[in-house]
Design a protein around this ligand. Structure first.
Ligand code: FES
Length: 85
């Protein structure tokens, strides 16, 4: 499904950009940069943020107790107030 009509970005492309690296994009702007484009109208930012939230939740829930203190995904969620600091 296309989530950004200005840049023709699919939800799969956004997810692919987010997975595989704990130091991957943590903001919609970083997702655009990762995919080699930049925001135009911004209508898709909420959708991209939602895809990111789900992806980060999956990462956080797959973490072991040993990595949570150093995990950048958990740190990002704490910074955004999504989980308790
Ligand atoms: S729909 Fe993504 S920038 Fe316009």
């Amino acid at each position: 499904m296309i989530v950004c009509s200005c840049n023709v970005l699919s939800d799969g492309a956004v997810r692919a950009c987010l997975s595989g690296s704990p130091t991957g994009p943590r903001t919609p702007a970083q997702v655009y940069a990762c995919l080699g484009c930049s925001p135009k109208c911004g209508r898709c930012a909420r959708t991209i943020r939602s895809i990111m939230r789900v992806a980060l939740d999956r990462v956080a829930h797959s973490c072991t107790a040993a990595c949570t203190s150093t995990c950048s995904a958990v740190k990002a969620q704490k910074a955004e107030g999504e989980i308790a600091a």
